[in-house]
Design a protein. Structure first.
Length: 451
């Protein structure tokens, strides 16, 4: 690890490469779907369910990754867990690209899910724990930016590899090994989280990191503030502490946000994007090009979210973005409910939905989850919230092909729209603003809130 003044932007960006791999690994499947459906002979009703399971297998693996990432990061450190996720991304890419049977393909995707589960939880936690309070929102949002860049990169990659012949899907899956190896290499140049070091009684090491982040005077102040927070022993550590009545409201907020982020259909849309566009009346090439367009909008609007999150705050972005999601989903449902599908309206409404998600539930949920939990409970609590988020995501993506066949596209998107409406009410009534406050100030305030 290099010594000297830390460039927090570089550190946050390096750690957020895990987000790039997460986004790429999650959505690369959208281009693979038509080809593995033929390769593994997934036809009929049972084929729909098997296809759904193959696509959602990353989510099932992510659940396991969510469950173990928090405790492992408490025991071994945030940085070591991130190094482990980088190696899992490499393994998943190689195994999926070389799979010759349906079970081996699913197993490879589950390995990738373990990496996704670790990266999606620990990267924002690490960034939140090392970032200055006034920059924390935008720096944590870098992780979401890298996720959406990874999503967009997978759409580009799939489009450009589309004409490589019958094994094109193997190249689509295998190319991820390159950024995964880069991630593993760069992680050796970032320090351990100072808050984790303090949790382990390594005060001098924590102070050394804080000095590199903020300078001598601010480092001493931050150290004393964190030490006071840990000395309070407000709740017991680990999963048992989450049962404390003082954490109840925080858990309701976290689990609610994690639920609504996925039940509104974002991953189902991304994982099956070319399939949705094909159903709306487009050709395969057009569907892949439209997926690239959606990915570019996702990236652009995430930049907007990063620019605004520390200016406007978390809650205003959630309210505006979720309202836009609901309206867009109602429009998609209406377009698919007509006798003659309006492909252009479907495209515009999906772009509106993705743009709205990218300034709200996409980045803001992970920022809030990295902020609202007490220091001693952060890793365990975010594991529970992440596990719940992955469970909802995997369930939605698994049943999506069946829902399209049973409820129709119009009915499926109407259900997503109703959930988005419920999400808007949840945010207005329960979600607090966290802008500009230290993690320790938030801990003090939120621990007194009543459920």
């Amino acid at each position: 690890m290099l010594q000297g003044k830390l460039n927090i932007g570089f550190v946050a960006l390096t750690v957020a490469i895990g987000g790039f791999l997460l986004g790429f690994d999650a959505t690369v499947i959208s281009g693979v779907v038509p080809f593995i459906k033929d390769y593994f002979s997934l036809s009929g009703a049972s084929g729909d369910l098997k296809l759904g399971f193959a696509v959602s297998s990353l989510g099932w693996g992510a659940m396991a990754g969510n469950a173990i990432a928090g405790p492992l990061s408490d025991r071994f450190g945030r940085r070591r867990v991130l190094l482990g996720t980088a190696l899992l991304f490499v393994m998943s890419s190689l195994l999926a690209a070389s799979a010759t049977s349906f079970p081996s393909f699913v197993a490879a995707r589950i390995v990738g899910g373990l990496a996704v589960g670790g990266a999606i939880l620990i990267a924002p936690v690490y960034i939140a724990e090392i970032a200055p309070a006034e920059k924390r929102g935008s720096l944590v949002s870098l992780n979401q930016l890298m996720i959406v860049i990874g999503i967009s990169a997978s759409f580009f990659s799939n489009y450009f590899l589309l004409d490589l012949g019958e094994h094109n899907w193997r190249y689509m899956l295998g190319v991820q090994m390159v950024p995964a190896l880069l991630y593993f290499t760069l992680l050796w140049f970032v320090p351990e989280s100072p808050r984790w070091l303090l949790l382990k009684g390594q005060d001098e090491a924590a102070l050394a990191v804080l000095r590199r982040v903020a300078g001598e005077q601010q480092a001493q102040e931050n150290l004393q503030q964190i030490q006071r927070s840990l000395t309070m022993k407000a709740v017991s550590r680990g999963f048992r502490g989450l049962l404390d009545s003082r954490v109840r409201m925080i858990m309701i907020i976290a689990l609610g946000l994690a639920f609504f982020q996925q039940i509104t259909g974002i991953n189902a849309i991304f994982y099956y994007l070319p399939t949705i566009f094909t159903q709306a009346g487009g050709g395969v090439d057009d569907a892949f090009r439209q997926a690239v367009m959606v990915g570019m909008v996702n990236v652009a609007m995430t930049f907007v979210a990063i620019w605004l999150i520390d200016k406007l705050g978390r809650k205003p972005l959630l309210i505006v973005g979720i309202a836009g999601m609901a309206l867009s989903l109602f429009a998609i449902s209406w377009a698919f409910s007509q006798e003659s599908y309006n492909a252009r309206l479907v495209l515009i409404a999906i772009i509106g939905f993705v743009a709205s998600f990218a300034i709200s539930l996409g980045p803001v949920m992970w920022v809030l989850l990295s902020e609202i939990f007490p220091n001693e409970q952060r890793a365990a609590a975010i594991s529970v919230a992440g596990f719940w988020n992955a469970l909802v995501s995997a369930t939605v993506t698994m049943i999506f092909p069946w829902a399209l066949s049973t409820l129709g596209s119009g009915g499926t998107f109407l259900a997503f729209a109703l959930f988005a409406t419920a999400a808007l009410l949840f945010v207005v009534l329960l979600v607090p603003e966290t802008k500009g406050r230290t993690l320790e100030q938030l801990e003090s305030d939120l621990m007194t809130a009543k459920a």
